[in-house]
Design a protein. Structure first.
Length: 206
């Protein structure tokens, strides 16, 4: 069976010595802030289960509430505009909801039932992290919903800086640590970026 293009690209990258740690960033159109895939419904059902039963997939710091609410509001606007077949606004007893036809459910999106970032996490298969600017080029993880980590613990990283979060990555601080911090300071809300990243694991479970 032929390898999918992405898998072939990854294998080609592995075969190109020498390895060089880099940011791997690319600008993307605003419409592509979130990509939707055929298996999203399966992953979303798994995420909902984890958010409802595993408290370690969600963590927030005091003071991050307004940023969480802004993220949720921005995601609702974006998803309803760019993917109206999968996200539909409605009102239930005066409260704003989204109708998710593929999941056959309604979701309150006013942030009253749970932390706003948890509600936002129920909308897309991506994990979500909020970083707060602390100083000129320093950023701290203050809220996150991470259901599918690659061998790391969200609770252990919460409240940490970019450098501390990536400390286990060989060569991170020496090679791209400063560049990462400066990029986080420079990027704006109207300039979405995507980052190439991949891992080789010995278990297919998310």
């Amino acid at each position: 069976m032929p390898l999918k293009p992405l898998r072939r690209a990854l294998l080609d990258a592995i075969d190109q010595p020498p390895h060089r740690l880099k940011l791997g960033l690319h600008a993307v159109a605003t419409s592509r802030w979130f990509e939707l895939y055929e298996d999203d419904d399966l992953q979303l059902r798994r995420k909902w289960h984890l958010l409802d039963t595993h408290e370690d997939v969600l963590a927030t710091c005091t003071g991050s509430e307004s940023a969480q609410a802004e993220l949720l509001g921005s995601m609702v606007e974006h998803l309803c505009h760019h993917h109206p077949d999968r996200y539909r606004r409605c009102s239930v007893r005066g409260r704003p909801h989204l109708r998710l036809p593929s999941l056959r459910c309604l979701l309150a999106v006013d942030g009253r039932d749970e932390p706003p970032i948890a509600t936002a996490a129920r909308l897309v298969s991506d994990d979500l992290c909020l970083m707060r600017a602390d100083g000129e080029h320093a950023h701290t993880l203050v809220a996150a919903a991470v259901c599918f980590p690659t061998r790391w613990s969200l609770r252990a990283k919460m409240g940490s800086s970019m450098a501390a979060i990536h400390a286990p990555v060989p060569g991170y601080q020496a090679r791209i640590g400063t560049a990462s911090d400066r990029l986080m300071s420079a990027v704006g809300t109207q300039r979405p970026l995507e980052r190439e990243n991949w891992s080789v694991l010995d278990d297919a479970a998310l």
